[in-house]
Write a protein that binds this ligand. Structure first.
Ligand SMILES: [Zn+2]
Ligand SMILES: [Zn+2]
Length: 391
């Protein structure tokens, strides 16, 4: 059956804007999305979905059962905000000091509810079911992983999964869809360099861990340039250095914290072997010792062939073939965990608008997006999903 999903999404535009601005005013950090989750659960309930609350603390799952048998299609959205003080001067600015929807998850939640509303109208013609998954804590806290552990991918087990992100690196009107890896595997590492503290004026009586740490930081930059195939995309970044409290003391220890990004986990392990070798050997060269810990390896986001083709064809219908971009990003997403289990597609909805001054990057205190992008996202996801359930 042919449904004009762009029209359906446009009809819900005002409602999406109202909801999105309400979520924006009341942002909540990962695993604390109680207000957001209760609005989500209540709305899904009103639309006639079978609702499960409190998965992984604040996660919500709603199943929309079609009239006829068929596959299960998972649509996933994230609800959490970031620990950032908003600097936008807009009527819907955050009322929660130090917390802000600076990634667009307020828009994702509003889009998810609009999709549930649209699809609930077609329940009678659906062959199969939708599983709407609203997860907590996407921002580095592993909310998707916690939802999987809580059984969100069972009873029923989805056959295919879709998720999307409003994306300010692309202008409104564009969509980014790539087959294969599209977001990087990400992990955090810390290196502790152990020396022996002393007076800053008597360095010969101390073993300086700061000097060793500085050499380690410089040496790590050679991994990407000298150990990795230039055809592969890899990032090794140190984002945090800490050691002592004042200028004239040589500390006992220095700490480095950084992140590794790549599109595959074999490469990831290879990089970590080199980081460990470099850190320990460089520390030894300066009479120190180094210990490394790695935390939170997020899987790469890898798109499967058929679901990606469904999104591409939906995007071509909604926005035109010429507006489909093929970019990947070294950012990461815990949707990677879900796509390890269920074939699917994760795509990006262009949401920047230079004329309106909406160009700040994600995670910036002035981040905001062109709200019309929500229409594009809803229409594309609805059409891609309808390909499976509304033939
Ligand atoms: Zn983010
Ligand atoms: Zn995000």
């Amino acid at each position: 059956m042919t449904i004009d999903f762009k029209q359906e999404a446009t009809a819900l535009y005002d409602e999406m804007v109202t909801r999105r601005r309400d979520f924006h005013r009341h942002p909540e950090l990962g695993f604390q999305e109680t207000r957001t989750a209760s609005i989500v659960a209540h709305t899904l309930d009103t639309l006639g979905l079978e609702v499960q609350r409190g998965l992984a603390q604040t996660g919500v799952v709603g199943v929309l059962e079609g009239a006829n048998p068929g596959p299960t299609v998972l649509l996933r959205f994230d609800m959490d905000a970031l620990p950032i003080q908003e600097e936008n001067d807009v009527p819907y600015a955050s009322q929660n000091p130090g917390v802000m929807h600076a990634c667009g998850h307020d828009g994702h939640t509003a889009m998810g509810l609009a999709l549930a509303k649209i699809m609930s109208k077609y329940q009678g013609e659906m062959n199969g079911r939708f599983k709407f998954l609203f997860q907590p804590a996407e921002e580095g806290l592993g909310g998707a992983f916690a939802m999987i552990a809580a059984g969100a991918l069972e009873n029923p087990r989805p056959d295919v999964a879709f998720a999307m992100h409003l994306w300010n690196a692309s202008p409104y009107g564009k969509v980014r869809v790539v087959e294969g890896p599209c977001m990087a595997a990400s992990s955090v590492f810390t290196i502790t360099v152990q020396g022996q503290g002393g007076h800053g004026a008597a360095p010969h009586q101390a073993v300086d861990p700061i000097l060793a740490a500085a050499h380690i930081v410089a040496a790590l930059q050679s991994i990407v340039s000298r150990n990795i195939n230039p055809q592969d995309s890899v990032v090794v970044s140190i984002g945090q250095i800490s050691a002592c409290t004042t200028f004239n003391v040589i500390p006992d220890r220095a700490f480095l914290k950084g992140t590794v990004r790549s599109y595959n986990e074999t490469l990831h392990r290879q990089i970590y072997r080199r980081i460990l070798e470099m850190a320990t050997n460089m520390a030894t060269a300066f009479s120190c010792e180094a210990h490394m810990e790695t935390i939170a390896i997020v899987a790469p986001v890898v798109n499967s062939v058929k679901p990606t083709a469904a999104v591409r064809s939906a995007a071509a219908n909604v926005l035109g073939e010429e507006n489909i971009l093929q970019h990947r990003t070294m950012a990461s997403e815990d949707m990677g965990y879900i796509l390890e289990e269920i074939p699917g597609c994760y795509f990006f909805i262009g949401s920047a608008n230079e004329e309106l001054g909406l160009t700040s990057p994600h995670h910036h205190a002035r981040f905001d997006f062109d709200e019309r992008a929500m229409i594009n996202g809803v229409a594309i996801m609805a059409e891609a999903a309808a390909h499976y359930l509304l033939k």
